[in-house]
Design a protein around this ligand. Sequence first.
Ligand code: NAI
Length: 400
Amino acid sequence: EKLIVVVCGGGNAAHVMSGLSASRENVEVRVLDVFSDEAERWTKTLGDDSIVLTVNHPDGSHDEVRGKPNFITNDASKAVPGANLIVFAVPAFAHESYFEAIKPYVKPNMIIVGMPGQPGFEFQCFSILKDIAPKCCVIVFEGLPWAARITEFGRAITVLSTKDFLNCVVIKGESKIEGDPLKPIQYLLGPHPVATKLHNFLEPTLSTKSIMHPPIMYGAWKDWDGNPLSEKPLFYQGLTEEAAELMSGMSDELLATAKAISLKKPEINLDGVIHLFDWLSKIYANEASDKSNLLQLLRTNSAFNGLLHPMKEVEPGKFMPDFTFRYLTEDVPFGVVVLKGISELAGVDTPITDKVLAWSQKMIGKEYIVGNSLCGKDVATSRAPQRYGYKSLDDFDPLL
Ligand code: NAI
């Protein structure tokens, strides 16, 4: 039987997912792109051609993969009916518009995939899709399977690298899907990455990488005098000791949160929640020349060589930090704020997170915390559980 896949988005992730899925046999691919006139532009640009993926391999060789989506539309009433899988392959700030678009057409037993989900995906999904969400299977990936960049919009993309393994969470709910619900998505991905199942959504959320960028931004810019710089500073290699300590402290607060949840609800397995330092030590075992502490692990990591702070050129050779970049605008409302909300529900104080959050929210012109409490007006546009009316840890039950 044919697998019908809806790929939501129009950026790097959506290009790879739609091209790759369409390259597989017996798959119908419908791209749903609700952003501006992107669907129309993509349809025109691609014409009768296939999307071409240039897939790089670690040994320096590369393959070409071609796939032609059946159609690209901004109309969910055309894309969703009859679908088996709906894959969100778009930045977190755009998820809400896709949930709203697909909502009237989602039916029981559809598989909804966050690729990646980012913290709060589950809260948003269950809140917007309401009664139908528990009848669907929700699969959330911890990251994007690839590092990828579009080389020609609508037509060509380079897959710079592919992960070997990728953690995910499967919320099967009351859905009745025959066999392993991961099977169809693994078929589309191919042999790599291998999707590996965690116990529940709290594990990846409390081990999230969303706590990396905000403290680095804080360390670099909190004492900035507001004058343009003559060059873009190094992002990881320029990491300050203070920023590394804050990052580590935020991770400690997440471990404390996991511990508090385990005490109150021992049935929730949180063995998979590990400190950021331990996680990075594993991932970058070969890339970091000094793994003695978090600061050195990040500063001496060849995977981060030459990566720069996001900067805007205000006049030739003059640069200002770009606080609108996703390091704050994605990792705060769809990252740190969600974590703060979970810690509050668990009754855990988070002074270090609060310090980074207080500065970060100011830089992006938002108010999430007031003092140390998550009650600012912009919680309403974040993905904190409080935004969706969660009042206690028991409210997590339908998601576990
Ligand atoms: P992207 O930057 O390519 O996404 C751009 C797309 O987002 C646009 O083409 C449009 O379709 C959509 N969009 C932009 N503004 C919008 C708006 N106001 N409303 C609705 N839609 C809008 O993002 P990319 O690279 O595809 O990343 C997707 C996710 O994967 C992000 O969470 C990113 O952090 C993550 N990720 C990406 C990696 C990569 O190599 N590209 C690597 C690791 C993670």
